[in-house]
Design a protein around this ligand. Structure first.
Ligand SMILES: [Zn+2]
Ligand SMILES: [Zn+2]
Length: 379
């Protein structure tokens, strides 16, 4: 006998239709037009630029600026992001940020996280928007009171539908008329751009919570993944992001792909962004060490080696020693940076500090090497 399925919340037909129709038109219309008519280069370029405009409005605007307040920005920038977000058709800033703050606060909680990855790929990617799963909090904006003080956020929320229609039909149509290829522009700049920017953002809720490494914390499902970062304007370093959500960077190494961070930095250079928040290096290093210790201990328990007890003791000792050297190193580093900034003339003191800084750095590095070797034994 079949067990009755638990009652599902009602389907949100508008969302289902928008996602299904835009996807179908892009998937069928674009290849058909490419074969029968061919797209102009200018239309392709416009589609790429429009996709980037939508993408950055979400990552740099909706996400890092408004949801996390990781920096502050000029009204011109905020206005552009507000228009780009409506163009990306991802609900108003207020609604998106409210959902996103709940996501961080209750990450992986199937009842409270709006797009909990523990409910599976489909649900986290798009399923959560297709039924009224959390109808009770659709108009509950208590966790975004601060954003309601931003007149641009309020303006966008109030005129959201008009802005959606104006941007999504107006921009592709205007470009189509100017370039002389209206249908080509509607297909590429209109539909394909929308579908791509939708799914790229959705990957941050699905893929970035399922596929990758967890160097900073395994307390939740968020992962760091270079490939996902490549698709999502740098948001794929999601493990770092969940560990230090107020940081305007998602990737902290120079070689990691985080164009959203580069864009925010460029805006700062132009005087369009300020108050960029970062997590102190020392705190990040401590989190990495703590996670390494946790993983090493788990592996050791799992492997059941005959000398497990002794190895665990050594791990603990090396870990504590490393933490001590880390603290010493960052203390002297801080003093060294301050000295470089302020006390150029006190040369004797400066050179002593410089020497101490180099010593501490070397001894920290040495201890790090010992720690890595020990971790390899456990791995
Ligand atoms: Zn997340
Ligand atoms: Zn976030």
């Amino acid at each position: 006998m079949n067990t009755p399925r638990p009652e599902q919340p009602p389907i949100i037909w508008l969302n289902v239709l928008v996602f299904a129709l835009t996807f179908a038109i892009a998937a069928i219309g674009v290849p058909w037009y490419a074969v029968t008519e061919g797209f102009q280069t200018s239309t392709l370029v416009a589609a790429i630029l429009a996709t980037a405009f939508c993408g950055f409005s979400i990552t740099a605007g909706y996400h890092r600026l408004w949801s996390h307040r990781a920096y502050e920005a000029h009204p011109l920038v905020r206005g552009l992001f507000a228009i780009g977000g409506a163009f990306a058709l991802q609900n108003s800033i207020l609604h998106w940020s409210s959902d996103h703050r709940v996501h961080h606060q209750h990450v992986d909680d199937n009842d409270r996280d709006p797009y909990s990855a523990k409910r599976g790929f489909w649900y986290a990617h798009i399923g959560w928007m297709l039924r009224e799963y959390q109808a009770s909090r659709y108009h509950d904006y208590r966790n975004v009171r601060d954003l309601q003080r931003d007149p641009i956020v309020v303006w966008q929320h109030r005129h959201y539908l008009k802005l959606v229609l104006l941007t999504n039909f107006g921009i592709p149509a205007l470009f189509g008329v100017l370039s002389g290829d209206l249908l080509g522009s509607l297909l590429l700049v209109g539909f394909l751009r929308l579908v791509v920017s939708h799914h790229v953002t959705f990957f941050i809720n699905s893929l970035a919570h399922m596929w990758g490494r967890q160097p900073y914390s395994d307390e939740n499902t968020a992962k760091d993944n270079a490939l996902v970062a490549l698709l999502t304007y740098g948001e794929g370093y999601h493990n770092y992001h969940h560990a230090f959500q107020f940081d305007y960077r998602n990737a902290i190494r120079w070689w990691q792909f985080d164009p959203t961070k580069w864009m925010i930095r460029s805006m700062k250079a132009l005087g369009l962004a300020w108050n960029l928040k970062t997590c102190p290096e020392e705190r990040v290093a401590r989190a990495v060490l703590k996670q390494q210790m946790k993983t090493a201990r788990q592996r050791l328990e799992h492997k059941r080696l005959p000398n497990a007890e002794e190895l665990l003791q050594r791990l603990q000792q090396e870990y504590e020693q490393l933490l001590q050297r880390l603290q010493d190193y960052y203390e002297v580093k801080k003093a060294w940076i301050e000295a470089k900034r302020e006390r150029w003339n006190e040369s004797v003191e400066r050179s002593a500090l410089s020497q101490r800084y180099r010593q501490m750095k070397a001894s920290f590095r040495e201890q790090q090497r010992a720690w890595q070797q020990l971790r390899l034994q456990v791995a």
